[in-house]
Write a protein that binds this ligand. Sequence first.
Ligand code: UD1
Length: 433
Amino acid sequence: MDRLVIQGGHPLRGRIRVSGAKNAALPCLAAALLTEEPLVLSNLPAVADIRTMVKVLQALGTEASLEPHPDGFELTARLACAGSDDPKAPYDLVKTMRASILVLGPLLARFGRATVSLPGGCAIGARPVNLHLEALERMGALLEISHGYIHASVKGRLKAIDHTFEKVSVGATENILMAAALAEGTTVLRNAALEPEIGDLAQLLVEMGASIEGIGTGTLTITGVPQLHGCEHAVIADRIEAGTYLCAVAAACGDVVLDRCEPEHLRSLLDLLERSGCVITERDGQDGRQLRIQREEGQKLRSKDVTTLPFPGFPTDLQAQVMAVMTQACGISVINEGIFENRFQHAMELERLGANLRTDGHTAIIAGPAALTGCTVMATDLRASAALVIAGLVAKGETIVDRIYHLDRGYSGLEKKLQGAGARIERVGGGKV
Ligand code: UD1
């Protein structure tokens, strides 16, 4: 099993290019199920979750290929889904990636039937799919859960609904948006999630011939069409990857320019880092917007409180990374996790590196600045792993981050990108450390 070995205590200087957004790419890949025509998706990050989703689509009768870009950080997918008589998303794939549930809406809408494994729990909490299932049932789907699988079918086409999500859910909004694109009539989805990745999916669906109004708002109006067609689409930049590198510089100091990012998707983090004392500048680059972050050595950080919320609030996917930053800030910082129930597993590992913090339920209290010192730490989930890498970049001496398969699910070339900014970080095979 690979590990990352980091020699910390050195500032980051240089440029990092941001890859395409994993969380936009996954629903866009699922949208390939909505048409028999070829769909070409570019700017996909070269990460394990993308390969898993492609395997899920192949299991469902999709011809799919993934071509790497020359730098190895991005992929282009060519997909064409003729379909299968008995579309089934198997447990072995779904258990490795919860986003596989996103195939349910498209399969039902196009083929009128689907069997999809229930995803089960995950490291950061229960993560049920009731919001997805309730809306599909209202659209006329018959759902039966047996032997760990959702067996779904519908007579004829799914029917349009006027539906208010009981809770804001990114995945449920995406699943029902795709289902509604091929449903009969005009669906109105209220209390829809506002995350930029949903805007990207909606944009792709429009390019495929869907009729969607209210993109970027909490009310999506979708007039179903009998069929959609193929197209070419480049997914948006990964705001969480960009945010992770911003946090790395905020914590470890330095001066880094991020190429090809979208500052509008990162306002809550940019505000927080500026209020903490980092200098952030935005400008147009050759291929998209650029963000520069500066925190010189010796420059103090101010502690700030953070509550994670649905977009445009502070993203839960940056909570762990910002906790690593706050270990270096002067004063007390209170972090409230407002989305997931069990998302502080990185806290104990940060403590092992010397962080001074306590957690109680959904709240973490961090007292800084702490003098971190390197040791071996264990990654527990994707974003927790990123927080440990950030802390490792700060810590004096050597930090070994174990179980980095979590990181490989969502970060394209993390250690190579950090090396490009001067970090002393290396990937080592499990047997060699
Ligand atoms: C997506 C992101 C994930 C991010 C999360 C919140 C992808 C592939 N993943 O996950 O990285 O952390 O949004 O921004 O895009 N809930 C229910 N019932 C449901 C669905 C969700 O109660 O049917 C709850 C969840 O347990 C959670 C909250 O709603 O407490 C938000 O979850 P949701 O927005 O659905 O997250 P995901 O789409 O799974």
